[in-house]
Design a protein around this ligand. Sequence first.
Ligand SMILES: Nc1ncnc2c1ncn2[C@@H]1O[C@H](COP(=O)(O)OP(=O)(O)OP(=O)(O)O)[C@@H](O)[C@H]1O
Ligand SMILES: [Mg+2]
Length: 358
Amino acid sequence: MFFGSQNEDYYVGVDFGTRSVKAVEIRTKKDKVELVNYGWVTLDQVANDPVDVSAVANGQEQGSPDYAELLRRALRALLASVDPKATNVNVAIPAFNGLVMTVDFPLMNDAELAQAIQYEARKYIPTSLEDVNISWDRTSVDEANKKMKVILVAAPKSEVQYYDNLFEGTDVKVDSLELETFALVRSLVGNDKGRYILLDVGSKTTNLVLVEDGNVHLNRNIDVGGTDLTSTIAENLNIDPKRAHEMKEGGKNFFSGPMPIMFPSLDYIIGEVQRILAMQEGGAAIDAIVLSGGSAKLAGLVEYVAAATNLKVTIGNPLSRVVMDPKVARYVEEKTGSALAVAIGLALRSAEKNEGDS
Ligand SMILES: Nc1ncnc2c1ncn2[C@@H]1O[C@H](COP(=O)(O)OP(=O)(O)OP(=O)(O)O)[C@@H](O)[C@H]1O
Ligand SMILES: [Mg+2]
């Protein structure tokens, strides 16, 4: 039980994307998790000069001063509009800044495993181990064959400083950092039984996650996203990218009609999915592909991925794990789709932790 400040049952998640910053605030009341507020600010909204929608994501890399400055401005605008009651926030590290791998080990205790992992990590991590945070978890234990699978997660320590700096001078501070992959799984799969492939298609990258009974088994980050879709549309229709972007977000279905467009970036993503399917021991079945991210809204994408993979394809609903007024829910779902999945997953993290503590 908490008798501390009245703010303690409010939690905030902030998702820094390549094109926008998103935040959600949730409140826990008894065993209900309620979405209180959400917001997002795109980086072009806070740039001084009107910028091409794809320019920021294309031209500026994570970590460059200009990119950080845009994030800082977007964050301030976002905090002003969401006005969170919580003072601690959870933040996501982009999947491309982390490393997730599943490694087989013989059965051993925690102390032995901690040592074995240090040794194992050297094989995969190019930089000094002193510069990275490594965390791990057993995902399956096979007593009969004396084997276990362990997931290793490594992220650079410099990320901590980077995000602390972004929040400097605001009323909130970073409570914890988490690789976006885990936030995504929490809000879209939770503890649901089954095997799913999550495809979070953002603006610049696509995050592919194989999940079994709520555990991450594999995570791959692919360098394509909505910006590439826009370029393909512009080239095919011989129009400028701005117009192509408007048509895309306006809901035009480019997969149908007399001259369907072929998207090399989507075929690249589907190729990766097929590689993962081929790797499954004994051809173990996948229950569904779950799409999320802003590009999941691309008209006709669900049907296209389903036809290409022969699997059931759905759009993830991160709102299914929170409650709110049904009327508001309908509006939020329509407006945000699955784009809030990472932010909601981040906020849910603290709610779950406190549930365990109380
Ligand atoms: N209705 C829509 N139809 C198709 N694409 C859309 C739609 N709405 C948004 N998008 C696309 O979604 C992308 C933004 O998605 P999202 O907000 O998940 O990205 P991000 O998190 O900022 O980027 P990243 O995850 O790559 O860092 C943009 O490319 C945008 O054009
Ligand atoms: Mg994203």
